[in-house]
Every structure is written in structure tokens, then in C-alpha cells.
Design a binder for this molecule. Structure first.
Ligand code: SF4
Length: 403
């Protein structure tokens, strides 16, 4: 099989049992087949759990082929929920040697799941439960001795099973609008960590490269100049945001970066590697727009996003729980909401979908994720199925069916 590993793993947290499974040769034939295979795997593993997956084209040369995803198949009480994994997470996950992993059951003690080199295991860590999400990432990277480990972390809100919780991806928030953090909390899981050191085989790399570059060039010409987060958020174009901007960062294979890195307490224009302030990477467009509408300035917004990420709290739910007045938001009150575990339900206002909102055809969101393509990029560039097939098929060595 090309571009995929051809296998997945299941881990039952209750028993600690791990099983590996081969995938059918036609796994990469269709985008909807990927989701059907994952759902069947979760069902046969007991049903109450989730899958952490990369897409068919994740790690290829197709523009913005960075994405992985978490999928929580439907249950009696909930519809299917998904959140993307952006940055380098999808690629790292695929290079672990598994196309997806299914995690079910409930851990009997505190700890995290650790995936690498074709191995998946639960690592007991009695102290990790006391850490916020940033500290969980730091601790796992320190304990395993690798700064490049990718960490999907719950935080205090996820531990409490709050529907308004949000997963933190390494240190940043913005992908999880579906309460996936609460799912980890329900399973007694503090985080899932992974590191990919494997390789992928392509059938015809030269042809795949040539077609990918041609497609990327045509898309860049249509997309026009890039302005980082401000290309997607009106508020981020304001002078107060520009004054804090350190740099714009793209995910794997994305020619149109939407992730802007802001510094709050150091000169944002100084580029050195020995600065003490970590700064914060912002790509949560709906939360920025929502906070700007509450008269928060750039410094308050970035600081609020940072604090929410540490607690694993969905930012729009947090600010919706604050008293509204004419003078903006009091950060002491924001801290009080975070400490008190905030509202039981997520904010139900408009524009809460983040990455899932921009398509005319809502099924394109799920198709993009099944393929491993960033929904935000492809919604902006125009999701043309024929173009994707033309670029993908030399790498896959088979026809790709997207329904
Ligand atoms: S559009 Fe943004 S989130 Fe999507 S791949 Fe590009 S940088 Fe990443």
C-alpha cells in the first residue's frame, strides 16, 4: 500500500490489551471508506471510545496535507463528533506506523497514551493529573526525552468532563469544538502523545511532486497575498494585533499560513531563540472575533486564549460566562470562571464551528479530513475533487473515490 501504513491498533485502557490489525488493500480507495473503517473498528472494540487518525494523503505533497483528526463515532446520546489535528500532528501520527489508533475503556490510574515506532501503550503517571495542559506537554516531553513529541492534552476542564472543555494541541487551542477533551476525561486519560519516525512509500514520487507543485502554484495565484491570521480574521488586522505579531507560521505543506505567533511581554520584533516568554500561537479565528466583539484588545485576547488553553477550556464558552459591560473584560473575572470550571454547556452562539464552517457543502469538511487535508485551507482555495484526485493518484497508485 502507498502513502499509508496498512495497519491500525486498538488499546483497551481497562485491560491494557493492545491489538494490531491489518487494513484491506483498498483502504485508500475512498474517503468515505476511511470513516466507515474507523467506525467499524471502534464498534468492534466495544464502541465507547475514540479514534486518533491520519488521512489518506496526510504527509504527501498535496497542498495543506497536514491534517489528522479525532473521531468519536455516534452513540445513543451523541452524534458523531470530529476535530482536526493541524500543525505537524497529522504527519507525526501517520509516521508512528499506524494509520489510526482506537482507544476504549477507562484507565484505572492517572496517565497518558504513548504511541511511537509501531508501539502503543498506556504510561502510568500519578502526577500528571495535577498538571495543566501546558505542564502535561512539558512533562511528557521531558520524561520521554524528546522535545518533538506531539501531545494532545486534556486539562482541568476536560478532567471534569465539561462539555465546554477543549483539547490543547501541544500548547495551543482552536481545533476542538466538540468536547473531545471531556471524552479523554471520561476515560481517565490526561493526554495522548505520539512521535513519528517512520517513512511513507509513494508509487511515482516525481509525477506526484510535479502535479502538487503545479496545483500549489495555481492556488497561490488565486489566494493572493498572505497576511497570517489577518487573512482569516478581521480583528487580527488591527494595529494592536500587528504590534504584538512575532511571526506567521504554517502547518506541514501549507503555502498560506494562518497561524500568527504573538509576544505579550517581549519586543515582538526581536527574533532570537533565547527569549524567556513563550508567546502564544493563535489560529482560533472564531474566538478572536468573539472576544474582539466584547471590546477586548489584542493583548487581552491573546492572554485570555493562553489562559484558556492551560485550563483546557473552550474560549467562547469562557467569555460568554463573563458579565458583559461597556469596558471590556476583567481578566480577574476570567480567571475566576476558569478556576470555577465555568459553564456546563458550550456557548451556542453563531460562528462557533471553527474549521468546519466555511464549506458550501458541509460534507466537504469530513471528506477533507478523511483525505488528511486542512479544511480551512481547502475551503479558501476551493475544494476541487478532480484536482485532488489528479495529484493524489500518482502517489497512491489507484483511483481515489470521493463520492
Ligand atoms: S490554513 Fe492554517 S490551519 Fe490550515 S494548513 Fe494552512 S496554516 Fe495550517
Amino acid at each position: 500500500m502507498h502513502l499509508v501504513n496498512g495497519r491500525y491498533a486498538t488499546l483497551d485502557l481497562s485491560s491494557g490489551e493492545v491489538q494490531e490489525h491489518e487494513l484491506q488493500d483498498d483502504y485508500t480507495r475512498s474517503s468515505f471508506g476511511v470513516m466507515a473503517t474507523i467506525d467499524a473498528a471502534v464498534a468492534s472494540a466495544g464502541g465507547a471510545g475514540f479514534a486518533l487518525a491520519s488521512g489518506i494523503l496526510t504527509g504527501s505533497l498535496v497542498p495543506a496535507s497536514c491534517a489528522g483528526f479525532i473521531r468519536i463515532p455516534h452513540s445513543e446520546s451523541n452524534p458523531t463528533r470530529m476535530c482536526p489535528l493541524t500543525g505537524f500532528m497529522g504527519v507525526e501520527l501517520k509516521l508512528t506506523g499506524f494509520d489510526f489508533v482506537v482507544i476504549t475503556g477507562k484507565a484505572s490510574g492517572d496517565g497518558y497514551v504513548w504511541i511511537r515506532d509501531g508501539i502503543i501503550e498506556f504510561v502510568a503517571s500519578p502526577e500528571i493529573h495535577k498538571c495543566d495542559s501546558w505542564e502535561r506537554t512539558d512533562k511528557i516531553r521531558s520524561d520521554q526525552g524528546d522535545r518533538k513529541i506531539q501531545v494532545v492534552a486534556g486539562g482541568p476542564w476536560g478532567d471534569h468532563g465539561l462539555a465546554a472543555s477543549q483539547l490543547t494541541m501541544n500548547y495551543w487551542g482552536g481545533e476542538d469544538r466538540v468536547g473531545a477533551a471531556a471524552e479523554l476525561g471520561r476515560m481517565g486519560l490526561s493526554a495522548v502523545a505520539f512521535r513519528g519516525m517512520g517513512e511513507l512509500e509513494l508509487l511515482d514520487p516525481e509525477e506526484h511532486l510535479a502535479r502538487s507543485l503545479a496545483l500549489m502554484r495555481s492556488q497561490i495565484a488565486l489566494l493572493g497575498p498572505n497576511d497570517g491570521l489577518a487573512s482569516f480574521s478581521e480583528a487580527a488586522g488591527r494595529d494592536d494585533f500587528r504590534g504584538l505579531l512575532h511571526r506567521n507560521i504554517s502547518c506541514y505543506a501549507c503555502p498560506f499560513p494562518c497561524r500568527s505567533y504573538y509576544k505579550l511581554y517581549e519586543d515582538a520584533k526581536v527574533m532570537t531563540f533565547d527569549n524567556k516568554e513563550p508567546g502564544y500561537l493563535v489560529y482560533d479565528v472564531p474566538s478572536v472575533e468573539r472576544m474582539a466583539s466584547l471590546r477586548m484588545d489584542a493583548r487581552e485576547i491573546v492572554e485570555a486564549l493562553k489562559r484558556c488553553a492551560r485550563y483546557g477550556a473552550e474560549p467562547m464558552a469562557v467569555v460568554s460566562a463573563l458579565p458583559a459591560d461597556e469596558t471590556g473584560v476583567d481578566m480577574t473575572e476570567l480567571d475566576a470562571v476558569l478556576i470555577s470550571n465555568g459553564p456546563a454547556e458550550p456557548w451556542s452562539g453563531s460562528s462557533s464551528g471553527g474549521f468546519s464552517e466555511s464549506f458550501d457543502d458541509s460534507s466537504d469538511y469530513e471528506t477533507c479530513l478523511a483525505l488528511g487535508l486542512c479544511p480551512r485551507y481547502w475551503a479558501r482555495a476551493g475544494f476541487n475533487r478532480d484536482s485532488v484526485c489528479s495529484v493524489a493518484e500518482p502517489a497512491l497508485g489507484m483511483k481515489l473515490d470521493m463520492g
